[in-house]
Design a binder for this molecule. Sequence first.
Ligand SMILES: [Fe+2]
Length: 329
Amino acid sequence: MEGHGDGKAVSNGIPPPSFQLPYPDSPEVITANVLKLTELAKDSRKQFLIKNLLVHLHQFINETSLTTEEWMDAIQFLTRVGQKCTDIRQEFILLSDVLGASALVDAINNPPVQGGTESSVLGPFFTEDAPDVENGDSIASEGKGDYMYVEGRVLSTDGTPISNAVIETWETDADGFYDTQYATREKPDCRGRVRSDKDGWFGYRAVVPVAYPIPGDGPVGELLLGIGRHNMRPNHLHMMIEAPGFRKLTTAWYPEGDGFLESDAVFGVKKSLVVKLEDVNDEAEARKRGFPRGSSFKLLKRDIILVPQKQSDETFRKNAEAAAKNAAA
Ligand SMILES: [Fe+2]
């Protein structure tokens, strides 16, 4: 253990502050002292963040007259959240998701920009091993669900087609599971990586995704049960699009008609991302897209509008300045 090398306990080497603090004999002085000590942080952003966090934490404890038992419960809950995490299970991200923190951080960091496709939460099911798929090919193996064809163009906010944009896409099968949730997974399924062609077009075969529950077998699941919230996400198709010079877009399309659209457990749905799936019952159209003879399919047709990086940075900077001004007022 640290400090045991020479048999004597040692501090972290930082001397007492040069200023005097009053003894913390009352709640107000405890808060004031803790805030005063944040001035020692050399990194100004770190100082700003920790100070704000402490202001809100102390305010919460004061305003709720938090009991000792409640605080202990909270500590034990967070301990269990940490203990549930493994290499392939991230309970803290799940917690951040159900508290709306992931969606809020995403909303602030990817502000809507003039006509650009809006972002949505990444979720825990993206993997690095999606196979490259040619335009017109399928990301799902046969039998994984009802047929769906996904197509559109990748464009800049000024309407210019973007060629060779990389589109990572992943979804559930008809049972509501991602491939990674199967213990028997041997290779990726219901996920792939396509590229837009010279005119910005992309298209691939997929399956109609279905609504699914986020993992309910951990402390986050218990939390939702305890506060009367369901743990469902409406059906959706994930996409992550990258092209040089443009803001990386992590988003998802949410087919309309799902009963969980307005109460998504992780707050990922935005109105502009709700799509109507077109029913296509035309044999020739099905054959053209590579579906077997006699099949019908759903068509998800949407363009993806990427925001130039410069335009995105500018919007973020303006919003951050306005937020800081608001906080100071
Ligand atoms: Fe998902």
